[in-house]
Design a protein around this ligand. Sequence first.
Ligand SMILES: [Zn+2]
Length: 318
Amino acid sequence: MIRPLTRAVVFPLAMTAALASCGADNRPVTGGTPPPAAEYDMSAAREIISTSNEPAKRLFGAKRSSSNQTPAAWGSYAKGCVAGAVQLPETGPTWQAMRLSRNRNWGHPELIDYVQKLSAKAAQQPGWAGLYVGDMSQPRGGPMLTGHRSHQIGLDVDVWMLPPARLNLTSAERESLSSISTRRANGAYVNSNWTPQHHQVLKAAASDPRVARIFVFPGAKVQMCKDETGDRSWLRKIRPWYGHHYHFHVRLSCPPGMAGCVNQDPPPPGDGCADAQEWVNNILNPPPPDPDAPAPKPRRELTLADLPQQCAAVLGSR
Ligand SMILES: [Zn+2]
């Protein structure tokens, strides 16, 4: 897709400094070629940042379309934005995007490609016409008005546990249909909705080298650890987490060469099965609360100043 460049005047020095410091998020960035500087008017961006105390979720939540920029993920999964995002078509040969009213079927092109390929693999499973795809990112990523803390840089996707029986759901049906829970005992075990096909779909999902990790409830991981008789290396990327029994959550690594996109540390070596069993044990026999544990700090709303400065340019782009 060819897009006209809209902002021409930029100070190259300011751009270099902005990339080196990566806004408020001071963690290391991966190296690579920056997107064309002409797409980022950083002096205008800094002005937006200094004058806006509006919660970032309201600014990003109001955008209905993606930015007119080269695709780029800026910042980290729970503190960032995405430039030049692409919309997953509402229906494809092997998928349907759900809850269209949320307008969260957007992502980095790498994520769109991933979802399409994974859905084609899922469609080979008996009983699965493909995938029902839940939340990805908003058109320009960023914090959301409701729901997730992550999903901000166009590299996260929620995939429904409900095997798609058909792929001709109307938009009304996509609002009202619910996924199914696959857990029992608070996530310590899978329930009868869990099938060998879920195992195969998650295995295919984790086997794509672009995946950083996949979040699912602990009982599912332990079940897959027990059932896997072949290659176990993919299990490393399946990470036990709270919730995640109506859907599993795939997180891609930063695409190679993407300056300004912040990866998480990779999962520890090994299949992680003992760790998942420990999660299960803690669900079944919760340890007594630690009386010295500090009270959880209330979370402050993110503002534009908390995000990489490029996110203001993403927001301001046509
Ligand atoms: Zn998610």
